[in-house]
Design a protein around this ligand. Structure first.
Ligand code: ZN
Ligand code: ZN
Length: 473
């Protein structure tokens, strides 16, 4: 009886279904299907034993180390990159330079003078004002979040050092960085407008156990006087909050020295020549600069290793239909200077797709793209060739990436291979961002995903005929 009822219901539902069911998605041609299941699959699977991405990540973080934007260290990184990309056999290796303001940290210290005198671990945020010699000393006034600071009367804040808590949770997609990053982005301006002497925030990082402060850029709103702004490591923020919970009013001496100069940065660009050199290129990118606390392995030497290794693997296999343009952007961390310079020079030129790897070195778990309705077949092919790597199909209308963000906002097409960000904000912008954090197996999975993506988006790759065997004499 139950079966009968179910089939009756199903039959009744049929006409409605027939009216609303969407048309089946468009299918790739037989030639495209054959290409995807043979050459693309072979290139993808071979990349699972890639060593080039590791060699680049290891080389850049060992031979250059930290690469703060606009400094001589970042200039050394550009020289290193030109040499490496040229040695790898890429075409048109070049640097597009630009001028920019350079912020550099100096001496840093935070010390509670009372009620329980002790040292804390702090790092200045990018663009923090410098404290005078001897630092600033004041009572700490605490706020749970930016909204509470915004609501506080100025007379409560004036002459004090503002502290904001607002601990950030771990998430796979890293989305906590948006809302929980507000104390860094808005806190310094608000504190300055209310007359605070300085501000320290709880680190915008998810490592709650280690005494690693988390840096990052912030900008004062127009008209706001820059004040010293730093981040306490999470255990030190806990310490402040425990003291406040005892009803105490801690006094802090804060030293955050820094200087601002003028410098130069630049984008390092290299290419894989396509069969049609006039075809719109597929742009694959990362950023070459890093914060100065670690060696910038996760953020973002690994990204540079991943995209260059994938492009090299395509070049070794043969000639793609379209050019592949590798861009290692300069000065991302301090305000997307490289992405904006590239956009000013090339943003009006057609690009087949924009892609960027800048979320560490852990495995890709989802692919998003925005190639346009007319390229639905290509977008679905991209999803299919990535599935054997355990990558789930994501959005077909949304994509992202920091340096390429402004050009994506202009409407250029793009794709993003979303990495597992569960531990990204434990490491990112802290002294722990070193090669020790890079997991080689997961790095290789990234290279496989990028290689397969390039084989589709820049493809088809025309294989080089095998070299004739020399007869031994
Ligand atoms: Zn980054
Ligand atoms: Zn970063």
């Amino acid at each position: 009886m139950r079966i009968l009822l179910a089939s009756l219901l199903a039959a009744a539902a049929l006409p409605a279904l027939a009216q609303t069911a969407p048309p089946p998605p468009p299918q790739p041609s037989a030639a495209e299907q054959a290409y995807d299941t043979t050459l693309v699959a072979r290139l993808r699977d071979a990349a699972l034993s890639d060593s080039m991405a590791w060699e680049i990540t290891e080389g850049l973080t060992t031979e250059v180390g930290q690469r703060l934007a606009g400094t001589e260290a970042e200039a050394r990184a550009r020289a290193w990159s030109v040499k490496r990309l040229t040695a790898m056999g890429f075409a048109n290796v070049r640097v597009e330079e630009f001028a920019m303001p350079v912020w550099e940290r100096g001496r840093e210290a935070a010390e509670l003078l009372g009620p329980y005198p002790q040292k804390l671990v702090v790092a200045a945020l990018g663009n923090s004002a410098s404290t005078p010699a001897g630092g600033v000393t004041a009572e700490v006034i605490s706020f749970p979040d930016v909204a509470a600071l915004a609501a506080a009367p100025a007379e409560q804040v004036r002459g004090k050092i503002v502290y904001i808590g607002h601990a950030m949770p771990r998430t796979e997609d890293g989305s906590g960085y948006g809302v929980f990053g507000a104390p860094r982005r808005q806190g310094p301006t608000l504190a300055s407008q209310k007359g605070a002497l300085a501000i320290v925030i709880r680190s915008i990082g998810t490592d709650r156990e280690h005494r690693n402060p988390h840096t990052g850029v912030m900008n004062f709103a127009e008209g706001a006087t820059p004040i010293p702004a730093g981040a306490l490591s999470n255990p030190d923020a806990d310490q402040i909050e425990r003291i406040l919970a005892r009803g105490q009013r801690p006094t802090l001496r804060l030293t955050l020295e820094s200087r601002v100069t003028q410098g130069r940065s630049g984008n390092v660009i290299a290419e894989v020549t396509g069969r049609d050199p006039n075809a719109a290129p597929v742009l694959v990118s990362c950023h070459l600069d890093s914060w100065d606390l670690g060696t910038g392995a996760f953020d973002d030497a690994a990204g540079c290793g991943i995209v260059a290794a994938a492009a090299k693997r395509i070049m070794e296999a043969g000639t793609p239909a379209r050019p592949i343009r590798i861009v290692w952007f300069g000065a991302e961390e301090v305000g997307l200077f490289g992405g904006l310079d590239y956009r000013a020079r090339h943003g009006k030129e057609p690009h087949h797709a924009l892609m960027e790897s800048d979320f560490g070195a852990d495995r890709v778990w989802k692919v998003d793209s925005r190639l346009g309705a007319e390229r639905a077949i290509e977008a679905r092919r991209l999803q299919r060739v990535l599935q054997p790597l355990g990558i789930v199909p994501g959005s077909l209308t949304e994509t992202d990436g920091p340096d390429i963000g402004p050009m994506l906002a202009d409407g250029l097409p793009g794709a993003s291979l979303q990495q597992d960000g569960t531990r990204y904000f434990d490491i990112h912008h802290t002294p722990d961002d070193t090669l020790a954090m890079v997991d080689r197996k997961q790095l290789q999975q990234n290279v496989a995903a990028w290689t397969a993506s390039l084989a589709v988006l820049a493809g088809p790759v025309e294989q080089r005929p095998a070299a004739p065997r020399r007869r031994r004499r």
